[in-house]
Design a protein around this ligand. Structure first.
Ligand code: ZN
Length: 447
């Protein structure tokens, strides 16, 4: 489960601070609605609320229902994933399978770090196998059902195996690091353990663009000058190194339009995917890329790592209390002796999954706030309010466009389509001047 923590953290950290707008048929935005929202911009002042509603109304009812169903199904998947993890953990503890696996590892070797590895590898394999049915439904059948996946089973399963290998290597190293801390600091492990987690996550984010992402996709520099040059102009205006704008062949796996920022320090790069290039107009591409550049310029990688570090510290402090209480009550029955005993790993997984489940709104809100910052940066850099609105509608194919505020608070790790379009329309209505001197012949401003 530490592993699951890692995986969830991975999907939240900047390694994949991504936006996955899904595919929409170009006809999804009727011309008349577009005109309502976009024409006469210099004649009539824009009414942001009415313009936002006009964009939302341009989505056909059946398409709206389908995307709402897809996204709301995701709410339940959070619950199912939690219940599956909890059930597997309780099964391993109550059946004493975990204790027997620990005994086995102690027979294999006397060296503590190897004992932990001998426990962790079968444990990780067992958890993967037992949760495979839900994984298969969620990430294969369901994606195909909603027309978001492009892979047949074998290529999909091949990538699953690559992911499992990475999980075995990364997960085992992490668990060895954590248990080294548990053995040396049985009372203050939650502080040192947080440091181990931050180092682990930071390393993961650092190496992901170089060693992990190329295992699944091909990244190459953008070459089409019609697309490349306007993007490079925005990058240069914000002092983003030119070499870091890439194109990725995401259509291998998905129909979703997406772009992302990955890496840390020297490995940071901004990438857009081939679906985005095929399905979006230049204003939309500029709006998306300006958002991604916002993540880069606003240093969201380091900031999210800091926020998560604080949350992990709080989570570990609570885990320490809950772990000790559980061992006191059920330790003899489960054969778990204490925090430094590898047999307690499923208990750590159980507690982490409970905390992550309850902390869903907090984690989503932390990420959503940085996404909103990137949106604000993006609209100011791209100056494409209509492009931003159109992309928000394309995102709406897989993310509910118009949720209630409570729904958005709990479940959204990006602003909803409504809020993104509203930001774009507010920006448009404000009609910001570009900063040129009004009368000719004046000296140009020097500040
Ligand atoms: Zn983003």
């Amino acid at each position: 489960m530490i592993l699951l923590v890692t995986i969830s953290a991975m999907s939240l950290t900047p390694a994949s601070a991504e936006d996955n707008p899904a595919q929409t048929a170009p006809s999804a935005i009727p011309q008349n609605a577009e005109r309502t929202a976009t024409t006469d911009e210099n004649v009539k002042p824009v009414n942001p609320a009415a313009a936002t509603q006009a964009w939302l109304d341009s989505v056909p009812q059946d398409q709206r229902e389908k995307s709402d169903a897809y996204f709301e199904g995701g709410y339940w998947l959070i619950l199912w994933n939690f219940l599956v993890t909890a059930a597997i953990s309780i099964l391993l503890l109550a059946s004493r399978l975990s204790a027997r696996l620990r005994d086995f590892s102690e027979r294999v070797t006397k060296i503590k770090n190897f004992q932990v590895a001998c426990y962790a590898i079968p444990y990780l394999l067992l958890v993967y196998a037992l949760s495979f049915p839900l994984n298969l439904y969620e990430n294969f059948f369901r994606e195909h059902q909603y027309g978001l996946a492009t892979q047949s089973f074998l290529p999909w399963f091949r990538e699953q195996l690559i992911g499992l290998m990475l999980t075995l290597v990364g997960g085992t190293l992490l668990v060895i690091g954590l248990y080294a801390v548990f053995r040396r600091a049985s009372r203050t492990w939650w502080i040192w353990g947080t440091i181990v987690m931050i180092i682990f996550l930071g390393t993961l984010v650092l190496i992901a663009p170089v060693y992990i992402e190329p295992l699944f996709n091909t990244y190459k520099p953008l070459t089409d000058p019609k697309i490349r040059d306007p993007i490079l102009a925005m990058a240069q205006a914000n002092e983003i190194p030119v070499k870091q704008v890439f194109e990725v062949d995401a259509s291998r796996q998905t129909t979703r339009v997406s772009a992302n920022v990955a890496g840390l320090l020297g490995t940071t790069r901004v990438a857009l995917n081939d679906n985005l290039l095929k399905q979006c107009t230049l204003p939309e591409i500029r709006a998306v890329m300006a958002h991604e550049m916002g993540h880069y310029v606003l240093n969201h990688g380091a900031k999210l790592l800091t926020y998560f570090g604080i949350l992990i510290l709080i989570g570990f402090a609570l885990t320490r209390i809950l772990f000790d209480a559980a061992v006191k009550r059920w330790g003899d029955r489960w054969g778990v002796h204490g925090i430094s005993d590898p047999a307690g790993l499923p208990l750590l997984a159980l507690i982490s999954s409970i905390l992550l489940f309850l902390g869903t709104p907090v984690l989503n809100t932390v990420v959503r706030i940085t996404e909103r910052e990137a949106d604000a940066f993006g609209i100011n850099t791209s100056r494409e309010p209509d492009g931003m609105a159109k992309v928000a509608l394309k995102l709406g194919v897989y993310r509910k466009l118009n949720p209630t505020p409570l729904e958005e608070f709990i479940f959204f790790d990006h602003p909803s389509g409504r809020n993104r379009i509203r930001m774009a329309m507010d920006w448009k209505a404000a009609n910001l001047p570009a900063g040129e001197p009004i009368s000719s012949g004046n000296q140009s401003p020097t500040h």
